[in-house]
Design a protein around this ligand. Structure first.
Ligand code: SF4
Length: 89
C-alpha cells in the first residue's frame, strides 16, 4: 500500500473543515481550530500537523480531494519518494 506524507500548515489553516468533511479519519480540528493529521482516526501525539500514513489507492485519491478542497492550500501531500503530489508545483 502506498505511504503518504501529509502535512498541514497551521499558519495557513483557517479551520474551514472541508478536509474534515471529506477525510474525517485523517483530519480533525483541534482546540485551536486547526486541522491535525490523524492516522486512520488515531492521533498518538496531540497537535500533530505532519505524519506519514499508509493508505489504499482509494484513500490516497480521497486525501488528494481533501487537500484540493482546502481554501487556503494548507495541506500538502508527498509520496514515499518525497515527490509533492499536491499542490501541483
Ligand atoms: S480545509 Fe484547510 S483550512 Fe480547512 S481545516 Fe482543513 S486544512 Fe484547515
Amino acid at each position: 500500500m502506498p505511504k503518504l506524507h501529509i502535512k498541514v500548515d497551521p499558519d495557513l489553516c483557517i479551520g474551514a473543515a472541508s478536509c474534515v468533511t471529506i477525510a474525517p479519519e485523517t483530519f480533525q480540528l483541534n482546540e485551536e481550530n486547526k486541522a491535525s493529521v490523524f492516522d486512520h482516526g488515531r492521533e498518538p501525539t496531540p497537535r500533530t500537523y505532519e505524519r506519514v500514513i499508509e493508505v489504499t489507492e482509494e484513500e490516497k485519491e480521497n486525501l488528494v480531494l481533501a487537500a484540493q478542497s482546502c481554501p487556503t492550500l494548507a495541506i500538502s501531500i508527498f509520496d514515499e519518494a518525497g515527490t509533492q503530489l499536491f499542490p501541483d508545483l
